[in-house]
Design a protein around this ligand. Structure first.
Ligand code: ADP
Ligand code: MG
Ligand code: MG
Length: 440
């Protein structure tokens, strides 16, 4: 991350807090301006009524002659001056935090708990940061298994894309490190299970319409976030959508995701049978459209507990699924399909869709019980016999180093603040902060 005002004082949670504290302690005359910038940012994220309220608050607080926080120069001069204040004064303190952030991460940093799921290269288990108590999920990738299946590049890409995204609708990465045997991705803990489990393993098959709509909206927001960064997901399917303890869902498993700079198209077969768009199957060039096709298949599956071109547990060759996808009409036989659902699925599967903007501010229609584990029992992922003969060399070590960059700034800083560690340590740092500002 570059050390700009936006990065240091807006995006990175600790920098943002420090900047506020610095102004309070040493530059009270700019507090109103800083408050104005904060309120402005809240307003920009608000919707409908809340947005209107935020606007009125800003007008009363800052724009009336008689108001305490009246800003004569709301035109921008003061705001600019306020931004420039940060340049010299808080850099040093932020740098100390950044040093702390860069500490080497190893297994000792965490307590390990139960296995949550199994992936292609190892298990995913719940972990807890020892000194903050924060819970995460740790996806472990077996180094020798990666080497044997030539998965290194994919693992590195997954890590690099995960650390770039910061969204409420995507599983965020907090740490990437390695130990002797594994590369580890430490991510948001999603303990409500994946949507595939909810479709097929809980009660009556399929998910009720209220939840389908809610999840589809959040998934759409996740996909839009990726697309806004020119990232195509390519693995959209219910199995990769995970629910957290509150019942909100996020996209996970960015192993097939790829950044496509503006104007670049690719022609590469990737994805899961049954969810792949016609343009992939025909080996044509594509960009983001394939994710909307896969979303159409996923919405269909949430409703009907089968795919549009493949029945549940149907023993059918991939070639036949491809043929059906390219040639057959999508049929809606399940009684749960209503007109709007059919309409949205048709639009997504016809690639002539229009997406309403969605923000997940609505209460979840279903909340996981705190004491229930929403995952099938999995056998411990302990069998390493097939990779025993794989030797790791200097080139592998080089790659592991590139992967193990430790803490990811925004997530790490959030954890420090949420757990109270920031406040505890910062009391003494704040004294230094006032000192620094006096000398400059
Ligand atoms: P792979 O890329 O090998 O498919 P995934 O990232 O999909 O691996 O992870 C495998 C399984 O582990 C998932 O299907 C899910 O059950 C579980 N899992 C993955 N990430 C998390 C998470 N952040 N929280 C909880 N469980 C997870
Ligand atoms: Mg997966
Ligand atoms: Mg994957």
């Amino acid at each position: 991350m570059k050390d700009t005002y936006q990065s240091l004082c807006e995006l990175q949670p600790i920098g943002r807090k420090l900047f506020q504290q610095f102004l309070q302690a040493s530059k009270p005359q700019y507090m109103a301006t800083a408050e104005f910038l904060e309120d402005l940012s809240d307003w920009s994220f608000a919707e409908d009524e809340t947005k209107e309220k935020a606007k009125r608050r800003i007008l009363t607080k800052f724009c009336r002659l008689e108001s305490r926080g009246f800003l004569s120069g709301v035109t921008g001069k003061d705001a600019e001056r306020c931004k420039h204040l940060s340049d010299k004064n808080i850099d040093e303190i932020v740098l100390q935090w950044k040093e702390y952030e860069k500490q080497r991460i190893s297994d000792k940093y965490f307590y390990e708990f139960r296995t949550l799921g199994k992936g292609g290269f190892g298990e995913v288990c719940a972990v807890q940061v020892r000194h903050t108590g924060h819970m995460y999920a740790c996806k472990k990738l077996d180094k020798r298994r990666l080497k044997k299946k030539r998965g290194e590049k994919m693992a590195l890409l997954e890590k690099q894309i995960l650390e770039k995204v910061n969204s409420l609708f995507i599983v965020n990465l907090a740490y990437a490190y390695d130990n002797k045997t594994h590369l580890c991705l430490v991510m948001d803990l999603m303990n409500g299970g994946d949507l595939k489990f909810h479709i097929y393993e809980l009660g009556e098959r399929g998910i009720c319409m209220e939840r389908v709509v809610y999840y589809s909206a959040q998934i759409t927001a996740g996909i839009l976030h990726l697309h806004s960064m020119d990232i195509v997901y390519r693995d959209m399917k219910p199995e990769n959508v995970l629910l957290d303890g509150k019942g909100q869902c996020r996209l996970s498993d960015l192993g097939l995701a790829m950044e496509l700079p503006k104007g670049k198209m690719i022609c590469q077969k990737a994805g899961t049978a049954g969810y792949m768009a016609p343009e992939i199957l025909r080996q044509e060039y594509y960009r983001m459209s394939v994710d909307w096709w896969a979303l159409g298949c996923s919405i269909y599956e949430m409703v009907a507990a089968r795919l549009p071109f493949k029945d549940f547990r149907e023993k059918v060759q991939n070639e036949e699924v491809t043929r059906r996808t390219l040639e057959d009409e999508c049929r809606f036989e399940h009684k749960r399909f209503d007109a709007p659902t059919k309409d949205i699925i048709r639009r997504l599967l016809n690639k002539s869709w229009s997406i309403a903007s969605v923000v997940g501010l609505v209460q979840p229609p279903w909340v996981p019980k705190a004491n229930v584990v929403y995952a099938k029992n999995v056998d411990k992922f302990g069998d390493t016999s097939d990779v025993q003969h794989i030797e790791l060399d200097a080139k592998d070590e080089e790659f592991f180093k590139e992967f193990s960059t430790g803490a990811v700034p925004i997530q790490w800083q959030k954890e420090m603040i949420d757990s109270g560690v920031f406040d505890e340590l910062n009391d003494c740092k704040l004294n230094q902060l006032t000192l620094t500002s006096r000398t400059c």
